[in-house]
Design a binder for this molecule. Structure first.
Ligand code: BES
Ligand code: MN
Ligand code: ZN
Length: 496
């Protein structure tokens, strides 16, 4: 079985004998305690090059992620990359993932037609060939993504094929399929995130959803216009797009993989295609990064892509609340009061706290699907970046068991979330003299009061909120969307 990849990468599992193997490139393992894997030893034996003397070169220690290249180790092998996995007895899924993510970056540049990964022999406790193959495919798909849409000079990647050497081809192929699908989902999320605000508008997101619906029989897509949202009473969502020329769009995608009678899982994404802050205007420095304020929505598109690839037997409803937050003459002003779809009135004290305003109406909307569970995903607060930085997504929930499940899915997929408190004591910070609730809770515990705000609209179902403000994109030289939390969401949904 082989799989066609969007970035021109094909994965397949196969049985390999190093003695007869003919390939452009081979990747083999070494460890930091002076041990080579069995294939590496065999390769060293077959080669005239000083592979077994590797550790005598002072720079090679076999530490995690280290790479050395030998060209033409044998007549039939063009290139050998020896990849360090650290101490042999201490390998873990996490260290394997780290080493592979480094390899993904190297193979990203490769134009070699055929690469064989001889990494199944890296022994990890409680880790199957399927899992290892999955990590390989995910890391390489991720590594081979490149942004090209507004770089006319950039060429598409050439076709490459990656083989995963194993005796257990059936399980490994399963892993490759899964890893590739998750990698593809992440890359969809990255592409949408990276697109500038003048291309990726709410209408652009709506058109992408419609395209996805046309291409897939079991995905039905509906987009609600501002007029339809007004009829539903979505005064909160519409208060955000009021200052923009771009109309808001409520995008609804229903994936049907199970019987109609089975209740769906819902995912809801914040899709602010650009966040100026509105009348509560943001400072200028770094404001360009607010094009990433639709990364929650992007992760919803990415996760749907993964599901469509894998066709699991579940029902999923995906909702994206898309709007642009601008300070136009019709923009909402601080002190304005709006009525949400739930009937609760909201005093908007800061127009820059707009994510919760679009999400609360989308969260009321999903009630009609009687969902088993609802997860919203949002670049919601700068405070979450201060609390957790870029390593963990902030996780809030009205159900501790559900939160535990999501934390576990994050660990398993290498896309971690940290369970934050949402105690009743914080709710008082949202009191208003003029409305049922204020849209900000002051500086203390900013990510928690944002979650508390959403909790007022999610009482009718099991719900979790993922604040991805710190994890959705990287700043600086490597500026770009990460594709998180597609692995966490996919892991959770596929486990259902
Ligand atoms: N999109 C921002 C949150 C954000 C800021 C994410 C920086 C990543 C980096 C959100 O809409 C926002 O502006 N939040 C405000 C809320 C405040 C006004 C209560 C914030 O975090 O400052
Ligand atoms: Mn904002
Ligand atoms: Zn925002």
């Amino acid at each position: 079985m082989s799989i066609n990849v969007s970035n021109n990468t094909k994965f397949s599992a196969k049985k390999v004998s190093i003695d007869t193997l003919k390939t452009d490139c081979i990747v083999v393992a070494a460890f930091s305690d002076g041990k080579l894997s069995s294939t590496t030893q065999q390769l060293a034996k077959n080669s005239d090059l000083a592979i077994s003397d590797l550790y005598k070169q002072e720079e090679f220690t076999g530490k995690l992620g280290q790479q050395v290249t030998f060209y033409q180790p044998t007549k039939n092998i063009g290139k050998a990359i020896i990849l360090g996995f650290g101490e042999k007895d201490k390998t873990s899924i996490t260290s394997f993932r780290k080493a592979l993510s480094g390899l993904g970056k190297i193979l990203a540049k490769s134009t070699l037609k055929q690469t064989v990964l001889c990494l199944d022999e890296v022994e990890i406790p409680d880790c199957t060939s399927e899992t290892k193959a999955r990590i390989c495919a995910e890391a390489i798909s991720h590594g081979r993504y490149q942004y090209t849409q507004t770089l006319p000079g950039k060429k598409a990647k050439s076709n490459v094929s990656i083989s995963y050497a194993t005796d257990n081809t059936k399980d490994a192929n399963k892993g490759l399929t899964k890893g590739h699908a998750i990698g593809k989902g992440m890359n969809v999320a990255r592409e949408l995130g990276n697109l500038p605000g003048n291309i990726c508008t709410p209408s652009y997101l709506a058109s992408q959803a419609k395209k996805l619906g046309k291409a897939n029989k079991n995905l039905s897509v509906k987009v609600l216009s501002e007029k339809q949202m007004k009829e539903l009473g979505m005064g909160s969502l519409l208060s955000v797009s009021a200052g923009s020329h771009e109309p808001a769009q409520l995008i609804v995608m229903e994936y049907k993989g199970a019987a109609k009678s089975e209740k769906p899982h819902a995912i809801v994404g914040k899709g602010i295609t650009f966040d100026t802050g509105g009348i509560s205007l943001k400072p200028g420095a770094g404001m360009d990064e607010m094009k990433f304020d639709m990364c929650g929505a992007a992760s919803v598109f990415g996760t749907m892509t993964t599901l469509l690839e894998l066709q699991p037997k579940i029902n999923v409803v995906a909702v994206v609340a898309a709007a642009e937050n601008m300070p136009g003459s019709k923009a909402t002003k601080p002190g304005d009061i709006v009525t949400s779809m739930s009937g609760q009135t909201i005093e908007i004290l800061n127009t820059d706290a707009e994510g919760r305003l679009v999400l609360c109406d989308a969260l009321s909307y999903v009630e009609r699907f009687k969902p088993q569970s609802v997860i919203d995903i949002a670049t919601l607060t700068g405070a979450c970046v201060i609390a957790l930085g870029g390593h963990a997504t902030g996780l809030f929930s009205n159900d501790d068991d559900f939160a535990d499940e999501l934390v576990a899915a994050g660990i398993k997929s290498g896309d971690r979330a940290w369970h934050m408190p949402m105690w009743d004591e914080y709710q008082g910070q949202l009191d208003s003299n003029f409305a049922d609730i204020a849209n900000i809770g002051g500086r203390p515990a900013g990510s928690i009061t944002a979650a508390c705000f959403l909790s007022r609209f999610t009482k009718k179902y099991t719900w979790a909120h993922l604040d991805i403000a710190g994890t959705a994109w990287l700043s600086g030289g490597a500026k770009g969307a990460t594709g998180r939390p597609v692995p966490l969401l996919s892991e959770y949904l596929l486990s259902k």
